[in-house]
Design a binder for this molecule. Sequence first.
Ligand code: AMP
Ligand code: MG
Length: 420
Amino acid sequence: MTRQEDLSVHEALELILARVEILKAEDVPLLGALGRILAEPVVAGDSLPPFANSSMDGYALRAADVVAAERDAPVGLRVVGDIAAGSSPTLTVVPGTAARIMTGAPIPLGADAVVPVEDTDEPWRGADRPLPDRIAIQRAVKPGDFVRYPGEDVRAGEVVLEAGHLIRPQEIGLLASLGVARVPVVRQPRVGILATGDELVEVEASLTPGKIRNSNGYAQAAQVRALGGTDVMLGVAADSESDVRQKLDAAVDSGVDLLVSSAGVSVGAYDVVKAVLDRAGDVTFWRVRMRPGKPLIFGAYRGVPYLGMPGNPVSAMVSFEIFARPAILKLGGHSRLERPSVKAVLMEQIHSDGRESYIRAIVEKDEDGYIARTTGGQGSHMMTSLVRANALLVVPEGITEMAAGTTLTALMIDWSGGYF
Ligand code: AMP
Ligand code: MG
């Protein structure tokens, strides 16, 4: 089914997302799971902590022995042993005794609390410090003080992470403590990237009359990588149906989950991408009411979802941002498909042509909230204004002018402020 009329951005995105399915699971080594989506729930095989242990360097004792202890009236206890982290104590703390203990070492039998070394008369530095015979305890503790109990954080048998969870460094740490060496995650999308156009030469080439370098292929491959996908560079196809088909066939045969191309989708005499899809694939829609980037084609080629972006570099990148990015995230199992957005106050007047417009801008925080300034020329061939931008300001459909002082939505394409 091809939609004849031009679609809104929202309608187009809905159609795209309806056609992409979350990919299958694969097992990867623990660190390889960073940035990926968990495909199955993780059930804890162990409790965390696995055993009762001390949260301080100090003395394990019986709280009842030191109820009256204070700095000016310490309580003396006999020291019956020394428990290092990693050891498994066999001693028992009976009334009137204490055992020196390190942070993370198991609480010995009989003890129910720990007094930090700072609250004794024997502050020590280093393991070479000899074990004292007696220790003066200068504070009272309650049973359980400075003890970390087994299962306090995680209980063996419980689901610690649900399927669909994003693996960040803290999840890696948790999985490591649970002994999960291989993690079931959603497979990374493989995205074929094709540039089309007789005017295109490779990055290494010097320019000759009429030629430009294929920048879209690299920019889009980088966009794929930034999302954790795998880019499959298909190079440059000439403006001929047979060349485009040959490159697409090779990509499909190698197993890609999505095809993204740039250029060749408008109404020029050499715009072959639409012809290829009309003939050898299917077209779900063509053209979206947005700026930059009205000619955008979506369909499938030999069963693989196909997004044909406009050729102008900014149109190609912004269309990717709005349509390919959520599709790739969905393939990879992500549930959060939108960029963070903020409400920002416009510092200058801007114009649009009534299509939903994405204006390159820099958004900053001032005392009252966020403010937005455009980053320069908004021509769809002007990459430097995109390079300077950290946001795309969304001018809604039907609006042709926005005055300074207007509040609008800013999609934060770079939320980090340049910090990684
Ligand atoms: P088209 O959609 O083929 O009419 O292309 C629109 C504009 O984008 C033209 O100025 C092309 O030269 C330019 N263009 C197309 N493909 C690329 C590419 N891969 N890298 C940089 N510019 C391109
Ligand atoms: Mg062209």
